[in-house]
Design a binder for this molecule. Sequence first.
Ligand code: CAP
Ligand code: MG
Length: 414
Amino acid sequence: MAGEYIDLTYEPKESDVVVDFYVEPAEGESFESAANKVATESSIGTWTDVKTMLPEIYERLRPHVFEMDEERGTVRIAYPSALFERGNMPGILASIAGNIFGMKAVKNLRLNWIEWPEEVVREYKGPLYGIEGVRKVLGVEDRPLLGTIVKPKVGLPPEMFADVAYSAWRGGLDIVKDDENLVGQDFCSFEDRLYRVLEKKDLAEEETGESKGYMVNITAPWDEMIKRAEMVDDAGNEYIMMDVVILGFSAVQAFRNYGFEFIIHAHRAMHGAVTRNKKHGISMAALARIYRMLGVDQLHVGTAVGKMVEGREEVLKNVHAVRDPFYHIKPTFPVASGGLHPGLVPDIVEIVGKDVIIQAGGGVHGHPDGTEAGARAMRQAVEAVLEGVALEDYAEDHPELKKALEKWGRMRTK
Ligand code: CAP
Ligand code: MG
């Protein structure tokens, strides 16, 4: 039946999970029929009616397609929260973000946003620290946090990696992170890197009088990841980093619930496979809200001016998803990263505001005078923005910033 789940008179209940889709019907499929099939396949039905369906199941668990706009291709579906297991995010996504993307009935299908009811969200912890907690650990209240990703991405032996981290912290950065594909390769074992970097972190904290963070990448098969997390915990490091898309929703939710008290930095490598196509897949904003519910403290949200594809509007949607009020869930720190350098700091603060973590890899280690100077240039750029001084003017008596501007100017990277 074309319209079994369509009911444009339906008013979503407060307890419903409401999902906004973009639906493009396949050749020969009506918009209504495609919308109805999305609702069917993401809840209780299948391609045909079945003799085993009971009226009370239908009444209790059926979704309602309550809004449709064929011109814009938008469909809004309200799902009763009774359809889902409490506290089981993978289970929820197996319904509303499962089979439907592969159905013949749709040429394209994108899940753009999920409006979560308090009744569902109350089962999720959210971030342990959130923005306020991270600021407290690092002792930075009034400016964007600054970080770098050690480059080359991978390849440096542990002692050289630790030296680069030390230079970045001495130059004034708050945080140093592993790259998304640096884990425990032969040329840089996890354990050796961890201990050498933490030694340098202590030194940098002593010399600068500032708290510093090291986001060590524990991405690995679950048992190994827990072993590494225990090593980090025993070493007293506050941070860990996880490639959350690659590790999966279950690993993120289970890790947050495991009992560690880390600041969790969520790298989103692989997200582009599902978020990039505006007609098919899942929006980064919808994913960002999910990772926030699961409990990540920091999440990459794009830059609009760097090397990744998100534009300003999309970055702002991602920022809202992680930072806007959301029941009891603390705000997650938005991370701007990817092709950034000192000349782009004003743009990031203008777009995202001060409650942002600005990370630069190439934009620090590519400075003509090396990592420490690159770090100083990033810090000087933030100082200039907070004092309301144009970078070029501030650079007159800040040589590291001047040299960064001579090399990259204000150019938007590709
Ligand atoms: C940035 C980065 C990050 C990207 C990820 C990289 O390095 O380390 O992984 O920021 O993209 O490997 O590209 P650069 P996003 O500063 O040298 O570009 O933040 O969009 O998830
Ligand atoms: Mg990286």
